[in-house]
Write a protein that binds this ligand. Structure first.
Ligand SMILES: Nc1ncnc2c1ncn2[C@@H]1O[C@H](COP(=O)(O)OP(=O)(O)OP(=O)(O)O)[C@@H](O)[C@H]1O
Length: 280
């Protein structure tokens, strides 16, 4: 099966569509020392889109996310994030960009010695002055905002709990409540459910997708569990060996594509059992 790869020109699109674009990668490469882990990646993500990034282990998914949120700079090519060339961002401009990008990791999202309320209010950190942030640790500022966000993730009763008293799924919900308080323009979730069983994973992906669509926030999720694509994403981007292998709608994914994408991992992932359909 022939991999469908967009050219830089078609990805970048016209000046008009660029105005509604949150990320543009143009011929991006990333090397660590002599090892090139991303090669010639060109893609764009539109405002409000919900996109899943898939691919075998080591394909470069996390590296791509770190480039998009400007934690890493490209070795080649250019990334434009919310209108800024990340290769040239420094100081306040870099902090400003990071405020607009909310990140959810697979675990360790919460500060273990802070109560849930304080973890949720961490979402305000990019906007609050240092004195207000310190004061909030003694006397939570915006308690109503924390209560509301926790209500949205159905954890109102955990406001004063410690993270260690929560299950893995509940901790991810608290991290999502923190994202709601942060109100970023983009949410990047890097394998947010790989530590959870499939039922909890489904709940978390459904919650993220629902919140992103209600807030009009762009959502990018790096996913290993392909069963979770169903119904939540408008587009899938597949990476293989550091290259953009394929992109399209979830409904276009078929057995041949997955066999070619995952190679030896295909059987281990039980992909024959995966039933994919687009209900977005
Ligand atoms: N800081 C680094 N220094 C050196 N090599 C790195 C670094 N970060 C990532 N790599 C390498 O880059 C490649 C891609 O890693 P990355 O974590 O982006 O892949 P991935 O697709 O997210 O994999 P997984 O699904 O297993 O998490 C891997 O071979 C990894 O070892």
């Amino acid at each position: 099966m022939e991999a469908v790869i967009e050219t830089a020109a078609s990805c970048v699109g016209s000046a008009q569509s660029a105005a509604q674009t949150v990320f543009v990668a143009e011929n991006v490469g990333k090397s660590f020392g002599p090892t090139q882990v991303l090669k010639n990646i060109s893609l764009s993500i539109r405002e409000g889109e919900r996109v899943a990034v898939i691919g075998p282990s080591g394909a470069g998914k996390t590296t791509l996310f770190r480039l998009l949120c400007a934690v890493l700079k490209p070795s080649e090519g250019r990334i434009t994030a919310l209108g800024h060339d990340t290769g040239h961002l420094r100081g306040n401009a870099l902090r400003g960009l990071r405020r607009e990008i909310g990140i959810l990791y697979q675990n360790d999202n919460l500060i273990p010695h802070l109560r849930v309320v304080h973890n949720v209010l961490m979402g305000h950190l990019g906007h609050w002055s240092l004195p207000r942030a310190i004061l909030s640790l003694l006397w939570p500022q915006d308690l109503a905002g924390a209560r509301k966000a926790l209500g949205e993730v159905e954890l109102s009763e955990k406001l004063w709990s410690m993270p260690g008293e929560l299950s893995g799924g509940q901790q991810q919900r608290v991290a999502i409540a923190r994202l709601m308080v942060q109100q970023p323009r983009v949410m990047l979730a890097d394998e947010p459910v790989s530590q959870l069983d499939i039922r909890l994973g489904r709940e978390i992906i459904a919650l993220l997708s629902d919140i992103a669509s209600r807030m009009g926030t762009t959502l990018l999720v790096n996913l290993h569990t392909l069963e979770l694509l169903e119904g939540h994403f408008e587009r899938v981007i597949a990476l293989r060996e550091g290259r953009l292998f394929w992109q399209g709608a979830p409904s276009e994914i078929n057995r041949e594509l997955l066999l070619e994408l995952y190679g030896a991992e295909y059987r281990a992932m039980h992909l024959d059992d995966v039933v994919l359909s687009a209900k977005v």
